[in-house]
Design a protein around this ligand. Structure first.
Ligand code: SF4
Length: 513
């Protein structure tokens, strides 16, 4: 704890302020709390955002709420919906999960038959209400409403230039530059201004842009983030993943292509490809971890892709063992694939609690690794006296995995062999996924043997980039693998331009909720 205080004091001072007055001390302790919760609550890269839109439905806001509900895994910090009845734009957003943000009254007040919604996990701009999406602005083009999943790599440069020209920003998020560029384009046609703006930005974006009577759904030319199109009777729906369609009984039509812009208006649906085509860079981590296994993204079932990765892992790194155990939930499919391919029985040797929240009950000092225990527990009867293969989809810092291994040992496992259904994560992501910095990623500074020793396991193997791509060869040559091999598909500026709270003012930074 003392270490945390010192560490956080240092980072806090460097990031956000120069002194420790009473207000800042409050923030500091809040950050300690958040850091502690973060460390124990997840050992994974953090999700990004989820977007949902619907056109031509009398219950547009209601269905957007349900769509966002099924996209909750993509962001839990804030949620918002904006709707239009053709004459007015209505918007409501709040901090927290969908069920915590909206009441029935809020939804009833979101009038109209078109709506877009957003669940946020902050990758650029800290987590506070002002940064919640959808963004809404009024301009010479009329209202511009925007929901963004992804991260822009040139936003800092664009923002500084716009500020020099007099633009006044309301948020500290990258997405706002899109709105300013549209408003200042000098163009009078909404679509032309949108294309002008999108041609100026670089990075990852799956976007929904709305005005009084039209929704535009756009995927960047590299196709980093998924975006799918569906139908519900006479209504069109768009979402980050198809699991958002299932909850409202919408039918999956197709993936929106990289570089495609879809316009849904009173004149029907049109498709444009306004950008120069580039080599696709679909985020492979969407298949490994982020997306829900019951979704179809990039044209393929996520569950199927994870089974394939697990099977390939079994071929690449076999081991003699009695049972295959997943780290729930995200590794369940890969472990199943491993078990099927290897013939080793699959066993639920670990349970994850889905009901964890914040606890204010201080554990006694002697309850070690309390945070990990809140989330995971070993099924002793399943693992006792067994040689177990523990399958997980990634290791970031390694600290939580080490605690999990300790729990398996305590549960009586005789041998523990860890198999990771992805290559070692060695590099951060600049395209919308919150992966720890290089210095925090254990695989960026340790060999596999060293990590094995640190985890105290009998063996450790990762997928190689080659075998992962072979398992996913339906998208041959179309994946981004930068967090594994450092081959970034889009060049980026100074690393300094990627601090999350770069444009947060001193008041905002630290006011997380
Ligand atoms: S760097 Fe990794 S997480 Fe980021 S887009 Fe590429 S594959 Fe996805």
């Amino acid at each position: 704890m003392l270490f945390h205080v010192l560490f956080l004091k240092a980072s806090f001072t460097k990031d956000c302020t120069t002194g420790l007055n009473r207000k800042n001390l409050t923030r500091l302790f809040f950050r300690i709390y958040m850091k502690t919760e973060y460390e124990y609550s997840d050992c994974k890269p953090r999700e990004e955002c989820g977007i949902f839109g619907i056109y031509n439905h009398p219950k547009a806001a209601n269905l957007t709420y349900l769509g966002l509900y099924n996209l909750q895994h993509r962001g839990q910090e804030s949620s918002g919906i904006a709707s239009s009845d053709g004459e007015h734009i209505y918007r409501y957003a709040g901090m927290g999960k969908v069920v915590d943000v909206f009441t029935e009254e809020h939804i009833n007040n979101l009038k109209g038959n078109i709506a877009i919604g957003h669940n946020r996990y902050s990758t650029t701009g800290s987590s506070f209400l002002r940064n919640a999406q959808p963004l809404r602005a009024h301009s010479v083009l009329g209202p511009i409403v925007l929901a963004h999943n992804g991260n822009l790599v040139n936003y800092a440069m664009l923002r500084r230039a716009l500020e020099k020209e007099g633009a006044i920003f309301q948020t500290s998020i990258d997405s706002e530059v899109i709105v300013h560029l549209m408003a200042r384009s000098g163009l009078t046609n909404f679509l032309d201004a949108l294309i002008y703006s999108l041609k100026a930005i670089k990075g990852a974006y799956s976007l929904l842009v709305m005005n009084y009577n039209t929704i535009y759904a756009i995927r960047d030319p590299f196709g980093f983030r998924p975006l799918v199109l569906g139908k519900l009777g006479n209504s069109f729906v768009i979402a980050s993943e198809t699991c958002a369609f299932d909850i409202i009984d919408a039918e999956y039509v197709r993936e929106i292509e990289p570089g495609e812009m879809i316009e849904i208006s009173p004149n029907g649906i049109k498709s444009y490809f306004p950008f120069a085509s580039v080599k696709n860079s679909l985020c492979v981590f969407e298949y490994i971890y982020f997306s829900r296994p019951d979704s179809i993204i990039f044209g393929q079932s996520v569950h199927e892709m994870r089974l394939r990765m697990g099977a390939m892992l079994a071929k690449q790194s076999p081991v003699e063992a009695d049972i295959v155990v997943p780290i729930p939930d995200s590794s369940v499919c890969a472990a199943l694939g491993y078990a099927r391919e290897s013939g080793i029985p699959y066993e639920m040797g670990m349970i994850r609690s889905h009901y964890i929240g914040r606890t204010f009950i201080e554990p006694e000092q002697r309850i070690r690794d309390f945070g990990a225990k809140i989330k995971f527990n070993v099924v002793r009867s399943a693992v006792e006296g067994k040689r177990i293969v523990v399958v997980d989809d990634s290791i970031m810092r390694g600290t939580t995995m080490r605690k999990i291994i300790k729990m398996f040992r305590k549960g009586g496992a005789k041998e523990i062999h860890v198999r990771i259904s992805a290559p070692p994560t060695r590099f951060p992501c600049f395209y919308g996924i919150d992966i720890p910095t290089r210095s925090e990623l254990i695989a960026s500074s340790h060999t596999i043997e060293e990590i094995q020793k640190y985890l105290r396991v009998d063996s450790l193997a990762y997928m190689t980039v080659e075998s992962m791509l072979k398992a996913l060869d339906v998208h041959h040559g179309k994946f981004c693998t930068a967090c594994f091999d450092g081959n970034y598909p889009i060049e980026f500026q100074e690393a300094d331009d990627y601090q999350k709270c770069l444009f947060d003012d001193t008041v905002a930074c630290g006011d997380y909720y």
